[in-house]
Design a protein around this ligand. Structure first.
Ligand code: CO
Length: 136
């Protein structure tokens, strides 16, 4: 079911200052930001050979990331993401095993058009997990 690690996602108050810091300290380059209106997030990434680091800034007040930053004003790790071969099948199988897959069975897509789902933190050792199915 699980085929690899896709990314770790960090909520930040400002994408621009986060990108500047990662460049200065680590020499990392952050991609151009994209907005996901549905999730209320402005998103940019650092592409690494085996995974990526996602940076998320709220695109509107009241979005889940805005609320996360209210609780964690300096930002912090929000979720990590595992690749799965088939999100719909994983959703059914995990539900059968008693894990809570969020979103009530609704098909969700990320900014790249890939199928995703989230599993409740209580069903992954306290960490919010995104499941992502590679496009194509
Ligand atoms: Co993610």
């Amino acid at each position: 079911m699980i085929t690899g690690l896709s990314h770790v996602s960090i909520a930040v108050p400002s994408l621009e200052s986060a990108a500047k810091k990662l460049k200065e300290l680590y020499g990392l380059t952050v991609t151009e930001a994209k907005v996901n209106e549905e999730q209320g997030v402005r998103l940019a990434c650092v592409e690494l050979p085996n995974a990526r680091i996602e940076l998320m800034e709220p695109s509107r007040p009241g979005s889940p990331i805005a609320k996360f930053l209210e609780r964690n004003p300096g930002g912090g790790i929000h979720h990590f993401c595992l690749n799965v071969d088939d999100v719909a099948a994983a959703r059914v199988e995990l539900g059968r095993r008693g894990a809570r897959v969020l979103g009530e069975g609704r098909d969700q897509r990320n900014v790249h058009g890939e199928h995703i789902a989230f599993v409740h933190p209580k069903d992954f050792l306290g960490a919010l997990v995104e499941l992502e199915q590679r496009a194509g």
